[in-house]
Ligand binder design. Structure first.
Ligand code: FE
Length: 347
């Protein structure tokens, strides 16, 4: 693609113009592909005069591309999905910590990377919950209203879930590890494997559809996939969503597991000031609405609310209890979790 050319062009320009006069450009590597993001970027350009060059790829593609490009990378800001991936980018040295009073005030410490004297490595801009979907005709709500029960023998042969090594599950299991401790978490994972209706395959939506098809009775999914199905006009999606119910787990204990979509400034950003400006813009109420609502997520910035009927319906009126452990701590468990998955045979 055009990225390589872009890299050379911006390097030459930077040399020609000197570091002081930064071009009014921002190179964005994004794992987000939502039509509402177009308005998000257009409004930033309108407000600041900074043009956005965007490279779209999936999360893994972006991380490997950054690694391959090294110091020559033109990337200024990187948008990724799930704290497990943001943490991976951080420990691989692909980001530069930033200091922004605005971002620190807007985004609670729970939803950002761990701050050091150098700054904060990444910030979350929207949240999603990892919840349980079940067949209303076959499963009782009280049998699936905690994550712990996914490992209970009463749910044997009923569960569909995507690969254990997927970042969404690494984070959920990392959270369970924080709550239960390592030993109990591993026993729990073993119990979940024993309860699977089939080997893990497909994405979250596929698990919900498998419940609809009668292949399983319980599925684990991120909340926005459910909201998407709830908003779908397709008759088969409407039928599916009438058969299933959603439960936000652990409402009487630690709360539903939340994750984030977020961003970071690239280690070798050629336009660092523009990058911070863009990150700060993403925390503004207007941008939060596009960023979160576009994918049926909840805004992260303090005091910002979206009015999304599908989200409200799904959460039974709007409010639910969510866990309060910092995502940086949860994401830091992923190597440990992967080892447990290998030991218990969770594919
Ligand atoms: Fe997703």
């Amino acid at each position: 693609m055009f990225v390589k050319t872009l890299g050379i062009a911006s390097t030459l320009l930077a040399v020609a113009a000197g570091a002081a006069a930064q071009e009014q450009v921002l190179n964005l590597y994004s794992a987000r592909h939502y039509s509402t993001d177009e308005a998000l970027y257009a409004n930033f350009t309108k407000a600041t005069g900074i043009k956005i060059n965007r490279v779209d790829a999936d999360d893994a593609g972006i991380l490997s591309r950054l690694k391959a490009e090294g110091a020559a990378s033109p990337a200024d800001v990187i948008l990724l999905v799930d704290a497990a991936r943001l943490h991976k980018g951080e420990i691989d040295g692909l980001f530069q910590p930033i200091k922004s009073k605005l971002l620190e005030d807007a985004i609670a410490a729970q939803y950002r990377g761990k701050s050091t004297a150098e700054g904060t490595p990444w910030f979350g801009f929207s949240t999603r919950a990892r919840v349980v979907v079940y067949d209303k005709a076959k499963v009782k709500r009280e049998d699936v209203d905690t994550y712990e029960e996914l490992a209970d023998p009463k749910n044997k042969g009923k569960i569909c879930i995507r690969s254990g090594s997927h970042p969404y599950n690494l984070s959920l299991f990392g959270a369970v590890t924080e709550h239960l401790g390592e030993q109990k978490a591993e026993a729990w994972l073993k119990g979940v494997v024993a309860n699977l209706a089939r080997d893990p395959k497909g994405g979250d939506t596929d698990q919900i559809k498998a419940v609809g098809a009668g292949e399983c009775q319980i599925a684990v999914s991120n909340s926005y996939y459910i909201a998407r199905l709830l908003r779908s006009g397709k008759p088969e999606d409407k039928d599916l969503m009438e058969r299933v119910a959603v439960v936000f787990p652990n409402q009487s204990s630690w709360g539903a597991h939340l994750n984030i979509a977020g961003g970071a400034v690239a280690r070798h950003a050629k336009h660092p000031a523009n990058a911070i400006k863009f990150m700060e813009y993403l925390a503004s109420p207007e941008a939060q609405n596009y960023f979160a609502n576009g994918n049926n997520e909840w805004p992260v910035a303090r005091g910002v609310k979206v009015n999304n009927p599908a989200l409200q319906a799904m959460a039974g009126g709007g409010d639910f209890k969510s866990e309060t452990i910092p995502l940086a701590a949860i994401a830091a468990n992923q190597v440990k979790v992967q080892q447990m998955l290998d030991r218990v045979g969770f594919k």
